[in-house]
Ligand binder design. Structure first.
Ligand SMILES: [Zn+2]
Length: 690
């Protein structure tokens, strides 16, 4: 039953996972390595559209030609520099996988090479998957079919080896946000198939069309499982009804951003009394968590509704809900028709015209199932210790710049500044890959069945997480795998993390000038640091505890500044009459603005900024902003943009580019913007926090 709740996914994506009581002293910053400016490296001048004025629309100026010349591939819903770099990483990863698949039989049984190779080979063998049909799924379907009453349903849900995908709610072991030195059992809302509660509840034409497409997916899946047409229709309606009930009881995404409202610690006795039908004592005992005396409940009203549903929804109906979730969670391991049906439905949401090739989907699945076994093979090939050293140097330069900006703020009291600096200096930095890799020795992977491999990996990951309980916090853990083109801040760990995958061009290029690297990876580093001081992150202290360290006046001033940023982004429209949600994207927008400001401050200390020599006709400052804009070059399908503004805490790329720049006098100066230019806000409308 242990499955990640939506609330946890959000906290992972927006801010990251854990915490740290660490005091990594910043120490004296390493001297920035002077990079001799080289013409034409780092920024592709050909991407610029000279017909657009930089002070009118910098996003389309910096990348307009690239946007015109790089249409979205049919199998994608958006395309930008992140995708190009991921594609580059994928080529390396695919070669590793093919190699591992060829050599798995010769590799020692239980080695990473054997597991990665057999996992990939079992998934790529579409003929074998077609031939076995539902053979390996059948025992799991039969188990669901055999449930007769509430007590059997409770036993099924309590069994950590039972399989039904992600159902009813999320439960996991994670850091206690108010005692960040301890793990706690946590529960929260979940159990939906559509991307958000609103998809079930809104009555606009698009929401209705998505529900209709979902109904088709449900009906066709039940028919493939052997239900007669009329039975399949009835079962589809049951799943929609159950999920709609869960959706109504779910909190909106914006309301999940308040960490205090989503932290409700209860004794096991209290939780059991509040949610009697979940059989929590049994669930904890069966998972090996019998010692837990407390649980932290994210959304109490939601759990109350689930408890009621387990009693008042007919068991026969609940079984259809479980049956569909099991099947839809493993379509990649079933005959092709199942995956085709899932893809047809997903197209309604993403707008993609074609399914991704099998190798690419399988590569992603291998990364999710065996991320650190696969990741080790990747870093051996693709990551150099020199890249780690240089990244560390830039991070320390940005830490110094951030400290200066905190000291220089005119709105923060000395007391709050002191705590902010303490937190900044306590940031733990992780670069490249984990110092200690996860140990997969208890996970059995073979060529016999991809479905069995997928399910075994799921059970293993749950067990791995549960095993944390009662132990000291594992400070070595990573929330992303090494090839990932991304980065995160994790509030309860107070750590910033940069996987090997992102430490490459266009984000970081050892051959490029400092302007390119500070505008690229520098802005990314600043972004993650600023998450420690955004609307959510600022509520955690230097030890990662959810604890108020702000004076009332300073908190009020911060909130007023954040509200101005919210207003700015509310006005942005990626599509006609589709607005960005300033509250949902608040943390990311603050991180973008703060991150770019800090990166600029650090860049201004480099020899290149001091020398003021032009490269390709651009000043160092102009190159800094061009590099920033070019990492955000992105084309996106309208379907993707609609889903993004509804569910993603990140604003669409053009506003991640223009939004921060419209607040920065440094940008106006670099490009000579004047009053009346679109990019130039009136002084009173600008936001400056750091
Ligand atoms: Zn972020």
């Amino acid at each position: 039953m242990f499955s990640t709740s939506i609330a946890r996914q959000l906290s992972l994506a927006v801010l990251g996972l854990g915490s740290l009581a660490a005091t990594v002293a910043a120490g004296p910053p390493d001297k920035p390595a002077p990079t001799p400016p080289q013409k034409g490296v780092g920024i592709n001048i050909a991407n610029i559209d000279p017909s657009v004025k930089p002070c009118e629309d910098f996003f389309h100026y910096a990348s307009g030609n690239w946007l015109k010349n790089n249409p979205i591939p049919a199998a994608e819903s958006r395309w930008g520099s992140f995708n190009e770099l991921a594609d580059h990483n994928n080529a390396t990863l695919r070669a590793i996988l093919n190699d591992a698949a060829r050599n798995a039989a010769k590799a020692p049984k239980g080695s990473n090479m054997q597991k990665v190779g057999d996992f990939y080979a079992s998934a790529m063998d579409s003929a074998a998957i077609e031939t076995v049909g539902l053979k390996y799924l059948q025992p799991h379907l039969s188990r669901i079919a055999a449930i007769k009453d509430l007590s059997e349903m409770q036993r099924f849900l309590a069994d950590p080896k039972a399989q039904a995908g992600s159902v009813w709610f999320g439960m996991y072991v994670g850091q206690d946000e108010k005692i960040s030195s301890q793990y706690a059992v946590q529960m929260g809302q979940g159990g939906l198939s559509l991307p958000d509660r609103d998809y079930y509840l809104k009555d606009d034409a698009r929401s209705k069309a998505i529900r209709t497409a979902y109904d088709t997916y449900l009906v066709n899946t039940f028919k493939m499982l052997g239900d007669a047409e009329s039975v399949a229709r009835t079962n589809a309606a049951i799943v929609q009804r159950i999920e709609t009930r869960l959706a109504k009881a779910s909190k909106a995404r914006v309301d999940l951003r308040d960490p205090y409202a989503n932290y409700n610690k209860m004794t096991l006795a209290e939780a059991n009394a509040a949610y009697p039908n979940l059989a929590l004592p049994l669930m904890l005992k069966e998972s090996g968590l019998g010692a837990a005396k407390e649980v932290i409940v994210g959304q109490p009203d939601f759990l109350k509704e689930v408890s009621a549903m387990l009693k008042d929804e007919p068991v026969a109906d609940q079984k259809q809900y479980l049956r569909f979730h099991l099947v839809s969670s493993v379509t990649a391991a079933l005959p092709k028709a199942y995956g085709d049906e899932a893809f047809r439905f997903s197209q309604t949401l993403s707008g993609a015209k074609k399914q991704q090739p099998r190798w690419k989907r399988t590569l992603g699945a291998t990364d999710r199932a065996l991320g650190e076994a696969f990741g080790q093979l990747y870093v051996d090939k693709a990551f150099s210790p020199a890249a780690k050293t240089r990244a560390k140097q830039m991070i320390e330069n940005l830490r110094v710049a951030y400290g200066e900006r905190i000291q220089a703020t005119d709105w923060m009291s000395a007391a709050t500044k002191k705590e902010a600096l303490k937190k900044l200096n306590a940031f733990v930095v992780k670069i490249g890959y984990p110092d200690k890799w996860k140990n997969y020795s208890t996970l059995n992977i073979s060529r016999e069945s991809y479905l069995n491999n997928l399910l075994a990996a799921r059970v293993w990951a749950n067990k791995e997480e549960i095993n944390h309980f009662g132990k000291p916090i594992d400070r070595n853990e990573w929330g992303m795998t090494p090839p990932t083109v991304n980065a995160y801040y994790n509030p309860p760990m107070n750590e910033i993390v940069f996987p090997a995958g992102i430490l490459q061009p266009p984000f970081y290029d050892p051959k490029a000038d400092d302007a390119v690297n500070y505008g690229g990876i520098g802005a990314v580093i600043g972004h993650e640091m600023t998450h420690g001081f955004d609307d959510q992150g600022r509520q955690y202290d230097s030890q990662g505890n959810l604890k108020d360290w702000w004076t009332k006046e300073d908190a009020d001033k911060f909130n007023a500044k954040a509200a101005l940023v919210g207003k700015q982004y509310d006005a942005f429209m990626p599509l006609d009459s589709v607005h960005v949600n300033g509250k949902l994207t608040m943390g990311e927008n603050l991180a973008d603005l703060g991150g770019l400001t800090i990166a600029y401050q650090a860049f201004e200390k480099t020899p290149q900024a001091k020398a003021q020599a032009k490269i390709d006709g651009f000043t160092p400052e102009q190159r800094f902003f061009l590099a920033y804009a070019q990492i955000w070059r992105t084309n996106a399908r309208p379907e993707y943009l609609r889903q993004q503004v509804q569910t993603d805490p990140h604003s669409p790329a053009q506003f991640r580019t223009n939004g921060p720049l419209m607040n920065m006098p440094e940008f106006y100066k670099a490009f000579g913007c004047q009053d009346g230019n679109t990019m130039m806000r009136a002084a009173a409308d600008r936001s400056k926090i750091w």
